[in-house]
Design a protein around this ligand. Structure first.
Ligand SMILES: *Cc1c(COP(=O)(O)O)cnc(C)c1O
Length: 400
C-alpha cells in the first residue's frame, strides 16, 4: 500500500546508497549504474567534493528568495553564459520549467514584435516535459492523452525535415521560434544531423525566429561537449538545461542570447525556489569538478568505448537494429519491444532504461571508468543476447 499517487510503474527495488557508478539496494545487492537517474547524476553518487559543498552551503544558507541578491546564482549564471557563449540565464527547478520559460519567452518576443498569436515549431517524437505547455509541445500522444484541451500555438513537423520547416516559413506568419532537442532522448536517442541543425539555424536567422534548443538531457557534458549543439558549431538563441546540471539537486536553467536576451522584464516570469543558493552551489561544484577531472573528454572516450564494445559484442545477435548516440547518451535499438530487459539487467546487477518501446537507453555518470564501461558492456551484451535468443514476442511493427 502506497500513499504516493500512482504516476509510475515502479520496479520493486529501493536503493539505499551509492558511490561513484555503484548503487546498493536495501537488500545489500550492488548494481552498476548505467542510467544516472536518467542523466542526472553527472558526478555519480556521493562525490566527495559535491557532498562537502552541499553540506557546507546547507549549514550556511539554503534559501532566501529572489527578492534579494543571490551571489551564488550570479556566479552560476555567469559561468553558464560563458560556457554557452550566451547572454543571460533564468534559473528554475526542472526541465519542464526551463522549457516553460523558453515558451513564454518566445511568446513575449512575438508579442513585442506585434505578433498576436505567436506559434512555435516543434518536432515529432519530441519530449519537453509534463506541464500543460510542455506536454503540448511534446510529440507523443501518450503524454498528451486525457489532458486536452492542449495549449495551442505549436506547429509540428517531422524531426530532421528542413523542407517541412521551410514550408511553414512560407505559409505561417505567426511563427516566432523553433524548439527542438539536438538529440531526442525519450524519443529513442535520435540525433539531429549537423546539417539539419545548421540549416534550422539559417532558417531561423532568415525569419527572425528564435532557435530554442532543449538540452535538458543532452546538455552539461553528456555528449562530450558542454552542450550537444556545439558539435554543430551553432549557437541557439534560447537553450534549456536541467537534468545533469547539479548532479542530483533539482535545478533548471533557461539561457538566452542575442535578440532573445532582454525579453523578460521584472514581473514577466519567476520562481520561488529557482536559483536558490543550495542548488546553485551544487551546479557550480558540478561544473568545477567536470573541468578539473576533464569529464567532457571522459564522456567522449568512454561513450565511444561502450558503443564499440556493444557493436562488437552484439554483432552475432539478430534483432539489433542499431547502436547509436554521442558521448554518454547511448541508444541500442532492437527490432522488438524490450521493456523486459530492464528487469533482466537488474537481476544481473546493471541499471539501464528502455525508451520508445524498443530502444535500450544508457546515460551513465560521466565519472565512469574504463573498467566500469567494460563491465557495463559485458553485462548488457550478455542479457541482451539472451533476451534476443529467447524472446518469442511478436516483433515491433516499425524497426526504423
Ligand atoms: C527530462 C526532460 C524534460 C523534462 O524535465 P523534468 O525535469 O522532468 O521536467 C524536458 N526535456 C527533455 C529533453 C528531457 O529529457
Amino acid at each position: 500500500m502506497s500513499f504516493l499517487m500512482n504516476t509510475y510503474n515502479r520496479l520493486p527495488i529501493a536503493f539505499s546508497h551509492g558511490v561513484g557508478c555503484r548503487l546498493t539496494d536495501t537488500a545489500g545487492k550492488t548494481y552498476l549504474d548505467g542510467l544516472a537517474g536518467i542523466a542526472v547524476n553527472t558526478l555519480g553518487h556521493a562525490h566527495p567534493k559535491l557532498v562537502k559543498a552541499i553540506a557546507e552551503q546547507s549549514a550556511r544558507l539554503m534559501h532566501v528568495s529572489n527578492l534579494f541578491q543571490i551571489p551564488e546564482a550570479e556566479r552560476l549564471a555567469e559561468r553558464l553564459a560563458a560556457l554557452a557563449k550566451m547572454d543571460e540565464v533564468f534559473l528554475c527547478n526542472s526541465g519542464c520549467e526551463a522549457n516553460e520559460a523558453a515558451i513564454k519567452l518566445a511568446r513575449l518576443y512575438g508579442h513585442q514584435r506585434g505578433i498576436e498569436n505567436p506559434a512555435v515549431i516543434v518536432m515529432e517524437k519530441a519530449f519537453h516535459g509534463r506541464t500543460l505547455a510542455t506536454l503540448s509541445a511534446t510529440g507523443n500522444r501518450k503524454v498528451q492523452a486525457g489532458f486536452e484541451p492542449l495549449v495551442s500555438g505549436f506547429v509540428r513537423v517531422p524531426f530532421g525535415n528542413i523542407a517541412a520547416i521551410e514550408q511553414v516559413a512560407l505559409h505561417n506568419p505567426n511563427v516566432v521560434a523553433v524548439l527542438l532537442e539536438p538529440i531526442q532522448g525519450e524519443g529513442g536517442i535520435r540525433a539531429a544531423t549537423i546539417d539539419f541543425l545548421q540549416k534550422v539555424r539559417t532558417v531561423c536567422d532568415q525569419n527572425n525566429w528564435l532557435l530554442m534548443l532543449d538540452e535538458v538531457q543532452s546538455g552539461v557534458g553528456r555528449t562530450g561537449r558542454w552542450f550537444a549543439h556545439q558539435h554543430a558549431a551553432i549557437r541557439p538563441d534560447v537553450m534549456t538545461l536541467a537534468k545533469g546540471l547539479a548532479s542530483g539537486v533539482p535545478i533548471g536553467a533557461c539561457l538566452a542570447a542575442g535578440s532573445a536576451a532582454g525579453v523578460f522584464k521584472p514581473g514577466n516570469h519567476g520562481s520561488t525556489f529557482g536559483g536558490n543558493p543550495l542548488a546553485c552551489v551544487a551546479a557550480l561544484t558540478t561544473l568545477e569538478v567536470m573541468e578539473e577531472d576533464a569529464l567532457l573528454a571522459r564522456a567522449s572516450f568512454v561513450g565511444e568505448r561502450i558503443r564499440a564494445g556493444l557493436k562488437d559484442g552484439l554483432k552475432q545477435s539478430r534483432g539489433v537494429v542499431e547502436v547509436r548516440g554521442q558521448g554518454l547518451m547511448i541508444g541500442v535499438e532492437l527490432d522488438r519491444p524490450c521493456g523486459e530487459l530492464v528487469k533482466l539487467a537488474l537481476a544481473a546487477g546493471l541499471v539501464i532504461n528502455v525508451t520508445a518501446d524498443n530502444v535500450i537507453r544508457l546515460l551513465p555518470p560521466l565519472v565512469m571508468t574504463d573498467a566500469e564501461a567494460d563491465e557495463l558492456v559485458a553485462l548488457l551484451v550478455s542479457v541482451t543476447s539472451q533476451f534476443l535468443a529467447c524472446d518469442t514476442s511478436p516483433k515491433a511493427a516499425s524497426t526504423s
